[in-house]
Design a protein. Structure first.
Ligand SMILES: C[S@@+](CC[C@H](N)C(=O)[O-])C[C@H]1O[C@@H](n2cnc3c(N)ncnc32)[C@H](O)[C@@H]1O
Length: 294
C-alpha cells in the first residue's frame, strides 16, 4: 500500500534545510571524502585511455562540494586533460550554490561546466530526443537514486553512456545501515511508490546480481547524531526526523502509533548506539562501481 504521507522531496526548501542539517550532524561527507582520497584514485586511473578530454556526468550533484573533490582526483590522475562536466540537478537552490562555488574557486579553467537544471529522467529524455552520441568516462550518482521511479532503468541508461574503460559510481545507504532497518520495518507506511525512495545498496546489488552484471563494492562507516529526535517539539529533532523518514512534517502528520514505532526503532540497538549521552544512528554507506557495457 502506498504511504498517504507526503514525501519531503516535494518541498525543496524543507528538503534542503533538513539535508544541510543532516550533513552537519553526520560524518556523511567525511566518509565520502575518505573514499575519494583513498580508493577513488585507483578506480579513476584507467578511465579515458589517455584521451585529451574526459567527459563526466554528475547526477543529483547537490551543491557540488563532493563533485569538485572527485574532479580534483580525476585531474590529479590525468594531468593536463580537459574535463567536460555535465551537472544534472533539479534543485535551483543547489545549482545556484554549485555555480557560486565554481565561480569563486581558482584552478578550474580546464573544466567546462554544463548546467542541466532537471531530473535524471528529464536528462535521459533530452539525451534521447537530441540523439546525443557523446560518451562519458566517469558518471556518478551520490545519494540520489532514492528519487527516481526505477533505479534499475536509470542505472542501465547511464551505464549505456559510458565509453570504453568508463566507470559509473553509485553511493547509497548500505543495506546494513540503520536506514536499511528502518525501511525494512516501515516501508509500506513511510515510502512513496512514485519514487524508489527506500532503496539501499543491498537492493541494487540484488538487482545487478539477478542480471549478471559485475560490480565492485565498498562499505563506508558513518554515523548521524539523532539525539534531538527524542525531545518532543524540538525543531532540530523534527527536521532530522523529516529527513530520516523522508516524510514532510513527520511529527505532525504521522499517526501517534507510527511516530512511536519509528522513534522506538531509531533508538534501538539495531539502528543506533548511545554514547556520552548522544544517540548515534548507523549511517553506513555502500559504494558500487560499474564498468561500461562490454
Ligand atoms: C541527498 S542529496 C545528495 C547531494 C550530493 N550528491 C551529495 O552527496 O552531497 C540528493 C540530491 O538529488 C537531487 N535530486 C532529487 N531528485 C532528483 C532526480 N529525480 N534526478 C536527479 N537529482 C535529483 C536533489 O535535489 C539533491 O540535490
Amino acid at each position: 500500500m502506498a504511504s498517504p504521507l507526503k514525501s519531503l522531496i516535494y518541498d525543496d526548501d524543507r528538503y534542503q534545510k533538513s539535508f544541510k542539517l543532516f550533513l552537519e550532524r553526520s560524518s556523511e561527507h567525511q566518509c565520502m571524502r575518505d573514499f575519494i582520497h583513498n580508493s577513488l584514485p585507483d578506480i579513476l586511473a584507467s578511465v579515458g585511455n589517455r584521451k585529451s578530454q574526459l567527459n563526466v556526468i554528475g547526477v543529483g550533484s547537490g551543491e557540488g562540494i563532493v563533485d569538485l573533490e572527485m574532479l580534483s582526483q580525476l585531474c590529479q590522475k590525468h594531468p593536463g586533460v580537459l574535463v567536460d562536466n555535465e551537472v544534472v540537478e533539479p534543485s535551483s537552490q543547489q545549482l545556484y550554490k554549485y555555480k557560486v562555488m565554481v565561480a569563486q574557486k581558482p584552478d578550474l579553467e580546464h573544466i567546462t561546466f554544463t548546467w542541466n537544471k532537471m531530473t535524471a529522467s528529464e536528462f535521459e529524455e533530452q539525451w534521447r530526443q537530441k540523439n546525443i552520441t557523446k560518451k562519458a568516462d566517469f558518471i556518478h550518482m551520490l545519494q540520489m537514486l532514492y528519487y527516481v521511479k526505477d533505479p534499475g532503468a536509470t542505472i542501465s541508461f547511464f551505464r549505456s553512456l559510458l565509453d570504453k574503460n568508463g566507470k559509473l559510481l553509485i553511493i547509497l545507504v548500505s543495506g546494513e545501515s540503520g536506514w536499511g532497518k528502518l525501511w525494512r520495518t516501515f516501508r509500506s507506511q513511510l515510502c512513496n511508490t512514485e519514487i524508489s525512495q527506500c532503496v539501499t545498496t543491498a537492493d541494487i546489488k540484488s538487482l545487478l546480481d539477478a542480471h549478471g552484471v559485475p560490480y565492485q563494492s565498498y562499505e563506508l562507516q558513518s554515523h548521524m547524531d539523532i539525539t534531538e529526535c527524542f525531545t518532543e517539539g524540538d525543531q532540530t529533532g523534527e527536521l532530522l526526523l523529516d529527513f530520516l523518514t523522508e516524510v514532510l512534517d513527520f511529527s505532525r502528520t504521522a499517526s501517534p502509533e507510527l511516530r512511536q514505532g519509528v522513534l522506538r526503532l531509531l533508538r534501538d540497538s539495531q539502528c543506533s548506539v548511545e554514547t556520552g549521552g548522544r544517540v548515534l544512528f548507523n549511517n553506513n554507506l555502500g559504494v558500487i562501481v560499474l564498468d561500461a557495457l562490454s
